[in-house]
Design a protein around this ligand. Structure first.
Ligand code: G1P
Length: 281
């Protein structure tokens, strides 16, 4: 499998769609059945071969750093009490020692493009993965599928894509593209949150990106766009060689309470019948 050395996690957002649940708990740490959203994202990055995880966070969300820190006292206590299954769960929730964990702060909510740009000084050589943790992907690890499908040189971006209803296109980056048989389809363009009347399609970008490092150069010069924010979509569009990716898993929008409920039920089913592939149902 082609590996993605660096994966960036924009986690600075205030999670207003999930208040009051997110008043004191970052939305990325909300549980989906038995596991915080963030853990699914970290596992997906590791499955894509990441050697460095860059979290673009906010000083008020220090619980995320705390979650990722090793917990020797907790582990020792569980070991002493012989609670081996819980000990394993805690150990599985930590990042392997040979993987770097880097935190950078985004103090102002200046947009997803601005958030991703904060990671620019911390990239290892090679294409860069981006995971938006509130888009939860279950089934075959999405970012690893994308790392495999990414062709450096031919592609400057490869973005997970999903059809959405017409009345939802104004919540997403929308591709100008006609998907064919192949998993990766070249797109003529990508527009951020278009009006349904102007949208080039109903194919939406959903929370997983593989980016050529040149997208970061473009981001430095990207002016604020939709909503007055610096948009990742705009930098991807002006870098060109955009590709939409049809992933094989199932996506859950966990930025809203109903999405968390749906995801929780799906994970419950997975835990109770691990052999079942939720994505295939
Ligand atoms: C962001 C991106 C958008 C993308 C979406 C996927 O929007 O700007 O292009 O389609 O994530 O979840 P947000 O949900 O942060 O408004």
């Amino acid at each position: 499998m082609a590996a993605l050395p660096t994966v960036v996690f924009p986690v600075a957002g205030m999670g207003t769609r999930m208040l009051p649940a997110t008043k004191a708990t970052p939305k990325e740490l909300l549980p989906v059945y038995d596991t915080p959203l963030l853990q699914f994202a970290v596992d997906e990055a590791l499955a894509a071969g990441a050697r460095r995880l860059v979290f673009v966070s906010h000083p008020e969300k220090s619980a995320i750093e705390e979650y990722l820190r090793p917990a020797p006292r907790l582990e020792k206590g569980l070991a002493e009490k012989g609670k081996d299954d819980l000990l394993e769960a805690v150990r599985n929730a930590s990042v392997p020692g040979d993987v770097d964990v880097v935190f950078v702060m985004q103090h102002e909510p200046l947009g997803l493009g601005h958030a991703v740009l904060q990671a620019a000084d911390h990239l290892l050589e090679g294409p860069v993965g981006v995971i938006l943790p509130d888009d939860l992907m279950l089934g075959p690890p999405c970012l690893a599928e994308m790392a495999d499908a990414f062709v450096p040189g031919d592609m400057r971006s490869l973005i997970a894509a999903q059809e959405v209803p017409r009345d939802r296109v104004s919540s997403y980056g929308i591709f100008d593209c006609t998907p064919g048989e192949a998993a990766a389809t070249p797109a003529r363009g990508l527009v951020e949150k278009p009006d349904p009347d102007d949208a080039p399609s109903r194919l939406a970008a959903v929370g997983r990106y593989v980016l050529d490092p040149s997208v970061f150069d473009t981001l430095r010069d990207t002016e604020p766009g939709t909503g007055g924010e610096i948009q990742l979509t705009d930098a991807i569009a002006s870098t060109g060689a955009i590709h939409a990716f049809r992933f094989s898993g199932t996506r859950f929008d966990c930025g809203n309470p109903d999405g968390i409920v749906d995801a929780t039920l799906a994970v419950q089913q997975m835990r109770n019948a691990p052999a079942l592939n939720v994505a295939a149902e």
